[in-house]
Design a binder for this molecule. Structure first.
Ligand code: FNR
Length: 392
């Protein structure tokens, strides 16, 4: 067993994987992944909201073989998890996108490729057999936006996830201080960080500087040295509105999800436009600092939707039990961002597999201890009564 495998097998929790990632990555890269916007109130609030939720366990129920399998957006998945889209992952580990997608496929859960991934739509579809979704950022360059949608369609992606909570890049002060910017390039500070993290630096040198393959040419000019969030925001179309969403619905023939939703009124209007899935998210606390925690937003969205569309949630999932709590509040599944990327940062594909093993293991145990034999049998009645009220 290699040193890497030993460290991974000793990791018991996502928090352990995060600690390994913190040691192995240069600080600027770790903080790009780990950090949030401004005072990180929403980042902390996401965890606090999950932590506040409490289950009232049932007993004397046969829980000998907990069944994690569940339907996600119309198809069965092995567990109620989805990989959230993440850009610039290759800063953490060469080909991290592939590592994460392969681990997701091995675990039988959907994977979402970001517009800002460092692998193209087509290369990913060729390399990975599992369920693939494509996340769309709506660029100011509408022709390029349309071509991203059409490419995902031609490559056979099962679902399109349009992210709507980034009309501008969040103010991520850690990235501003650390000088993490795009196009990805090395500054002298990063060289010093590389010297103090030789294993990471060697992997990077071998892999070459990652490129945003889906939007080649778009981010061109590197003179301004903007943070990744600011640069992406600068190229996104802040004028995107309901009419545009209706047009996207016409252009994309398969499942359409909208990511970055918090308000129940928005969710209902989206469904009336023919959207198949609502993805409650605050971008992991990386956008509006002061936005409601996802787990706090979920119950009202679920109450308004009344099962008329698939409902997903992300932001702050770090334990298997978070999937059980989210399910009790009405979500089909939870999406994970950093939990997977901490795994990739700690050990590539093996690290992501370890992260998924940890989360599914924790979920199976939480189901047993809560008296819940199947995902289908989870409802609000397992929550503390004041938390099980429909409207919060
Ligand atoms: C993201 N997120 C994101 N979302 C998106 O729609 N497109 C993207 O390109 C990215 N990029 C990205 C990079 C990194 C490093 C992180 C951590 C996050 C947000 C992501 O999809 C998801 O909403 C959050 O990560 C969920 O919160 P947790 O699970 O990280 O707490």
């Amino acid at each position: 067993m290699s040193y890497l495998d030993r460290a991974l097998s000793r990791a018991l929790s996502i928090a352990d994987l995060r600690r390994i990632a913190m040691r192995r990555l240069p600080r600027s890269v770790f903080e790009f992944i780990d950090g949030g916007a401004e005072d990180e109130l929403t980042l902390a609030g996401n965890r606090a909201a999950f932590e506040r939720l409490r289950i009232v366990p049932r007993v004397l129920i046969d829980v000998s073989t907990p069944e994690l399998q569940t339907e996600i957006v119309g198809q069965l998945a092995a567990a109620p998890f989805v990989i959230a889209p993440m850009g610039a992952c290759a800063l953490a580990w060469p080909d991290a996108d592939l590592a994460i997608a392969r681990a997701a496929s091995a675990h039988g859960i959907p994977y979402t490729l970001s517009t800002m991934a460092t692998i193209s739509i087509e290369r990913m579809a060729d390399a990975v057999q599992g369920r693939l979704w494509f996340q769309l950022y709506v660029l100011r360059d509408r022709a390029m936006t349309d071509s991203l949608v059409d490419r995902a369609n031609s490559a056979g992606y099962e679902a399109l996830v349009v992210t709507v909570d980034l009309p501008a890049g969040g103010k991520r002060e850690r990235d501003l201080r650390n000088g993490i910017s795009v196009p990805l390039r090395m500054t002298s500070r990063h060289l010093v960080e590389g010297i103090t993290h030789p294993a990471w630096a060697l992997r990077m040198l071998r892999g070459g500087l990652p490129e945003f393959e889906n939007v080649r040419g778009l981010l061109g000019d590197d003179s301004a040295g903007l943070t990744i969030a600011a640069r992406v925001g600068q190229n996104l179309d802040a004028a995107y509105d309901w009419d545009d969403l209706a047009r996207l619905r016409e252009r994309w023939p398969r499942k359409l999800l909208v990511k970055g939703v918090a308000h129940p009124t928005d969710a209902v209007r989206m469904v009336s436009l023919g959207v198949d899935g609502i993805w409650v998210s605050n971008h992991g606390g990386r956008q509006l600092d002061g936005a409601i925690a996802s787990a706090d937003a979920l119950p009202r969205v679920a109450a308004e939707l009344q099962g008329k569309a698939a409902l997903l949630i992300d932001s702050g999932v770090r334990r298997g039990i978070d999937a059980l709590k989210s399910r009790a509040l009405g979500a089909q599944a939870v999406a994970i961002g950093r939990a997977a990327l901490f795994g990739a940062s700690a050990g590539g594909e093996a690290g992501v597999r370890r992260a998924l093993e940890i989360l599914t293991g924790e979920l199976a145990l939480a189901m047993k201890l809560s008296g819940v034999p199947t995902m289908q049998s989870v409802d609000r009645s397992i929550l503390r009564s004041d938390q099980a009220r429909k409207e919060e």
